[in-house]
Design a protein around this ligand. Structure first.
Ligand SMILES: C[S@@+](CC[C@H](N)C(=O)[O-])C[C@H]1O[C@@H](n2cnc3c(N)ncnc32)[C@H](O)[C@@H]1O
Length: 432
């Protein structure tokens, strides 16, 4: 059915416009045809009241505009797939698309989910001819591959099964699974390397992947924000390399510690003897590759064993300072006045690479924080959360990863969590 429609009711969709560049010579030819009354109607689709979208006839529409006509003869298209119809009509005109035009059209059709077979029908050629066109053009192959990957991932995010997506794109099921797994791995690595979830969603959206925060939470298996119960010597090797921004450990000091004034509420700390130095040495050796190239290390110790601990740390890291934790309210200690009371412990501050402190004002190396009140203690050598927070604040930015593989009562992990850092702990005996 032919309809005469006002030209200003007809819009040209951007994607349809880019199928073929406007050619002024062709417009000229159509002007002649309109003047001699031999032109054919253009093809449009009605999309609303007084609103039509052009399917085929860009040059004819331009010719009419150049002739200052207000109306044009139109045939109405009642199908839904305007783009495929537009490509098909272009083919019927017998004027081949340029290489670039054909490339754009092929990419668009693949992006719309068309199979090679369907595209072959639209182009009125055999399927193998389409396959050849893709193969002959490395840019197109790469581009199609990227687009297919993105579209496949989007289909799976939307709930389609791998099998269904494989059918849509004419690929094998195992290829689709590989595309999906590669994408998931990339996502997880980005996350484990410090990108926030929001950043990941934004990065993926720039690539054309429609990922929501909720979906991301479902997909990412978090490698941190957890306490692993086990031996650090067995668990550290399972961590990914170069993920830790700040290591804070409070190892067994190697001084056979047991409090004498707590009615043996706590058992002795495991390995708190000569073995403690081997444990420290072996664990630092294992953790070294897990630390980022630029990272900070804090190791609690005591003046009583410092001469043994320092050379061990120096084997792996650059010692930069020895901080003093002033406990402010030391315990009663021995009531016999034969010695001075203990009011401080030491924290060795070391670096791998050259991570800077992140605070504006240079902190001093004496840190005064009241020790945990005895009645509130869950662990015999529990460190105050506020003290650890000070170290974390000095050394890390939000979302960086803080690790403590002698976690005890989880003071480091709690401090990191409260400061919006990512955290990971290992502890031999779960502290309830
Ligand atoms: C000095 S405490 C840490 C206390 C902790 N900073 C706190 O504030 O609660 C040392 C901890 O290391 C643990 N530990 C000892 N050997 C370990 C190993 N091989 N792997 C993991 N944890 C171990 C002990 O069970 C103990 O809880």
């Amino acid at each position: 059915m032919i309809k005469i429609i006002p030209i200003n009711y007809i819009e040209i969709d951007e994607k349809i416009d880019e199928i073929r560049k406007l050619d002024e010579v062709m417009v000229g030819r159509y002007i002649e045809k309109y003047e001699s009354g031999t032109s054919k109607p253009i093809l449009v689709k009605r999309i609303g009241r007084d609103k039509y979208i052009l399917v085929d006839g860009k040059h004819r529409l331009k010719a009419c505009k150049n002739l200052k006509r207000n109306k044009i003869d139109c045939e109405l298209f009642d199908g839904d797939d305007i783009y495929s119809k537009a490509v098909e009509m272009n083919q019927e005109h017998g004027i081949p698309l340029t290489k670039e035009e054909e490339e754009t059209v092929l990419i668009n059709l693949f992006e719309m989910g068309k199979t090679q077979e369907e595209i072959a029908k639209i182009f009125h050629i055999g399927q193998s001819a389409i396959a050849m066109r893709i193969k002959r053009n490395p840019m197109l192959t790469k581009s199609l591959c990227d687009k297919t990957n993105i579209s496949s991932v989007n289909e799976i995010i939307n709930g389609k099964k791998h099998e269904e997506v494989a059918n849509i794109y004419g690929l094998s099921r195992s290829r689709i699974t590989q595309i999906w797994n590669d994408w998931l791995n990339e996502l997880t690595n980005n996350y484990n390397n410090g990108s926030t979830k929001q950043e990941i969603v934004e990065q993926e959206s720039e690539k054309g992947i429609k990922l929501t925060l909720e979906k991301l939470n479902e997909l990412i298996e978090e490698d941190y924000n957890k306490l692993i119960i086990g031996d650090c010597l067995k668990e550290i090797p399972k961590l990914n390399n170069e993920i830790i921004d700040c290591l804070i450990i409070d190892p067994p000091y190697g001084q056979d510690y047991q409090s004498h004034h707590r009615n043996n509420k706590f058992k002795k700390i495991k390995y708190d003897n000569q073995k403690a130095f081997d444990l420290l040495d072996n664990s630092l050796k294992l953790i070294k590759p897990k630390l980022n190239k630029n990272s900070h290390i804090y190791i609690f110790t005591s003046w009583k064993v410092i001469e043994k601990v320092k050379p061990i740390i120096e084997k792996y890291f650059d010692i930069k300072n020895c901080l003093v934790w002033d406990k402010v309210n030391p315990g009663m200690g021995d009531t016999v006045g034969g010695n001075y009371g203990e009011q401080y412990e030491l924290i060795i501050f070391a670096k791998q690479g050259n991570k800077k402190l992140v605070v504006d004002k240079r902190p001093i190396n004496i840190l005064s924080f009241r020790k945990v009140t005895e009645g509130l203690m869950k662990h015999p050598t529990q460190k105050p959360i506020e003290l650890i927070k000070e170290l974390i604040n000095n050394s890390t930015k939000e979302n960086e990863l803080v690790v403590d593989y002698f976690a005890g009562s989880c003071s480091t992990l709690t401090a990191a969590k409260e400061l919006n850092r990512r955290w990971l702990g290992i502890e031999l005996n779960e502290v309830k």
